[in-house]
Design a binder for this molecule. Structure first.
Ligand SMILES: [Cu+2]
Length: 177
């Protein structure tokens, strides 16, 4: 019986910014004990809340140029978990996605009994070894002016910009909640 290559099904990739995003994808099917030595920072459980864009019920015909007559799209939010495995502190400073015209880091707070959102001006700090959750009711990535309907099960590229790790592109799954 011949065994081809390593029995380890996990890819081992460098911890460069580009390598990190690949490593995140490669690690999806790996057991918890088979973590590559590289990434100090993992981005997990990335999802975007589903949103409907008016006038998007009919798919545009190819070649028609799809005149967009419905102005600025609605807002939605992206959520995820950042897991640091030690090393140095990092900071989520910005994010971007093709499906939104603007993206901001926000925090939901209750002030005098009223729930409101504030932009997080200094980014989201990630202490070495810590886990930071962006979740409904707390920190989130606000997607403004969404250009197309995001239906449950869709996948959206979300690029996260870290002060130290650089840009990391994650596949966000669209969910209702
Ligand atoms: Cu917000």
């Amino acid at each position: 019986m011949t065994r081809h290559g390593s029995s380890n099904h996990c890819l081992r990739l460098p911890a460069t910014a580009a390598g990190l995003s690949l490593a995140l994808i490669a690690m999806a099917g790996c057991g918890a004990t088979e973590r590559p030595a590289g990434p100090e920072l993992e981005v997990e459980d990335v999802w975007v809340r589903a949103v409907a864009v008016a006038g998007d019920a009919v798919a545009p015909e190819p070649g028609t140029g799809h005149p967009s007559g419905h102005g600025a799209g609605p807002n939605t939010a992206a959520y995820l978990t950042l897991r640091s495995h030690g090393g140095e502190a990092d900071r989520l400073v910005d994010a971007a996605t093709e499906v939104a015209s603007a993206v901001e880091l926000h925090r939901t707070e209750v002030v005098d009994g009223v729930m409101r959102m504030r932009q997080v001006e200094d980014g989201v700090p990630i202490a070495p070894g810590s886990t930071v959750e962006l979740r409904p009711g707390g920190l989130h990535i606000m997607l403004m002016g969404v250009s197309r309907t995001l239906a449950p099960g869709d996948r959206v590229d979300l690029t996260l910009h870290f002060e130290r790790a650089g840009p990391v592109t994650a596949k966000a799954e669209v969910r209702e909640r």
